[in-house]
Design a protein around this ligand. Structure first.
Ligand code: SF4
Length: 246
């Protein structure tokens, strides 16, 4: 008899319109993450255990399937649990849903496997710091190389047509704007770079104008995502004094 695969489960949102641009999706949250960002919006599921059979999560996905066109695997870090992630992606594809992954890119081998097995349609790679500063907190283990490998393999797959949709997301707080300059240089011109407004209790978030000023220094088209104004495409001051927004 086949061994039952379990997932360390973090939660389920049956219907979301903000986790995959232009799509209605359900979101499966995987519990556990090696990075442990201080500003994490999902700190409650960074650690702990809630083991469920994958079949239980498949039933949740199926119960949403009439309302959605895709599934997002998020967390926590879904690629920390490769067996469960691959099984759920395979199930989702089998019932005709598109699949997406929000990832910190620390496990490039799992991302490669998803792409090679044609189990993933969309990846949002969250890059948090310059490569040489990138560590797993508590262990001080540098993981910049792994994240860079993930960026390279996703970019290559996007260009080869084996990954339908790919974006790089970086979360910005006051005083952290410089890191995005370095990150931006490593993101190919045809890959969407998303500047995401960081939100954390006690810290005044950067507003749209402040984010646009950071974007102006990058001299490339970006997407800017804020809680109050949603997401826009911003072309900045490159061609004229007028910001190009759609
Ligand atoms: S990588 Fe994402 S899930 Fe992990 S701690 Fe950072 S923000 Fe939270």
């Amino acid at each position: 008899m086949a061994e039952t695969i379990h997932v360390n489960f973090g939660g389920f949102v049956p219907l979301s319109t903000v986790d995959w641009r232009g799509r209605s999706v359900c979101v499966v949250f995987f519990r556990g993450c090696p990075v442990k960002c201080w500003y994490c919006h999902n700190q409650a599921i960074q650690t702990g255990e809630d083991r469920r059979a994958v079949k239980e999560i498949e039933d949740l996905i199926r119960s949403s399937s009439l309302l959605i066109s895709g599934v997002i695997f998020s967390g926590g870090e879904a690629t920390m649990q490769p067996s469960a992630l691959l099984a759920l992606a395979r199930y989702s594809k089998s019932i005709g849903l598109l699949t997406g992954l929000h990832t910190n890119g620390v496990y490039p081998d799992v991302i490669r496997e998803l792409i090679q097995q044609q189990l993933i349609d969309h990846i949002a790679l969250d890059i948090k710091a310059e490569w040489n500063l990138y560590t797993v907190r508590g262990k001080e283990r540098a993981v910049g190389k792994q994240v860079k490998d993930s960026l390279t393999l996703c970019t290559d797959a996007f260009h080869a047509g084996t990954l339908r949709s790919f974006e790089v997301v970086t979360t910005l707080f006051p005083g952290y704007g410089e890191e995005v300059m370095t990150i931006s240089q490593d993101v190919a011109p045809d890959i969407d770079l998303v500047l995401q407004q960081g939100v954390y209790t006690g810290i005044k978030p950067l507003d749209m104008n402040e984010l646009k000023k950071i974007a102006d220094k990058l001299e490339k088209k970006v997407r800017i995502r804020t809680r109050s104004d949603g997401e826009i495409t911003y072309e900045g001051n490159r061609n004229s004094g007028d910001a190009g927004i759609r």
